[in-house]
Write a protein that binds this ligand. Structure first.
Ligand SMILES: [Zn+2]
Length: 255
């Protein structure tokens, strides 16, 4: 193990109409309003393992059980992909995606995810920047050349519910593109993030890698003085993260 496993991911969900009808029949007219995981299911899981090339999307309709409202198999795959991650990255996943997933795992009697370092680009943006709003697309347009894909809004969700093949394809592409955009925004926010696993702990020999991105291109950048100590300060050429160490024999860590 020379690198931490960091997984960027995103979910698309859809109302399970038979569950929705049990609670409130009229809700079925408004799929966009039925976000609770107890009456919805997961239909797409977009993810990328940081540092690898491919962005993947696993769709419920590509699995053995073609029932769009039975997400057992998909939940199992998601659980399996995320369970051994050293960190996960989502946008607004602290409020939505992770809770949604944990609820679905409980529903299916599957093991829930353990405590994993969770980087939420929405939270990081709120904490460190002064943006007009912190939606993923706003951040993407502002700091990258990438944008979220245009989708048909609720109509697309309704068409997917009705089994329209073209809409399913669009939904899957939409989910994938969200992960592509998420990664770009994540990279831009990286210098602010201080709960990523430290790359130096995964590399047996090196001690002077950038703790956040693992690059060896770190330059000395003066000193960092606290009340009781003076640290050597470094800056990563590749991601811009500042880090420090007590001496050059010590492991670099984010401040
Ligand atoms: Zn770096």
């Amino acid at each position: 193990m020379t690198e931490p496993k960091i997984v960027l991911w995103d979910l698309e969900t859809i109302p399970n109409l038979s569950e929705v009808m049990k609670i409130m029949p009229s809700l079925s007219d408004y799929p966009g309003l039925t976000l609770k995981a107890s009456i919805n299911s997961i239909i797409c899981f977009g993810y990328k393992i940081y540092g690898t090339k491919d962005t993947n999307c696993i769709n419920i309709w590509d699995l053995k059980n073609k029932n769009i409202n039975d997400d057992y198999e998909l939940c199992k795959i998601i659980q399996d992909t995320l369970k051994d991650a050293d960190a996960i990255v989502t946008h607004n996943g602290k409020r939505f995606d992770l809770k949604f997933l944990q609820t679905r795992l409980i529903f299916h009697g599957l093991p829930t995810l353990p405590k994993i370092q969770h980087i939420d680009t929405c939270t990081e943006s709120k904490k460190n920047l002064l943006m007009f709003n912190n939606r993923l697309n706003t951040l993407a347009k502002f700091m990258t050349s990438e944008e979220k894909m245009e989708n048909g809004g609720w109509e697309l969700w309704v068409k997917v519910l009705q089994g329209d093949k073209r809409s399913m394809k669009i939904m899957s592409e939409y989910c994938k593109q969200d992960v592509v955009v998420l990664e770009k925004v994540f990279k831009k926010l990286m210098p602010f993030i201080n709960n990523l696993p430290n790359h130096n702990r995964y590399s047996p020999i090196e001690k002077n890698l950038c703790p956040n991105c693992g690059s060896s291109r770190v330059h000395r950048n003066g000193f960092r003085n606290t009340k009781t100590n003076t640290f050597l300060r470094y800056r990563c050429i590749d991601c811009g993260t500042s880090s420090h160490a007590k001496t050059d024999k010590h492991m670099l860590n984010t401040a």
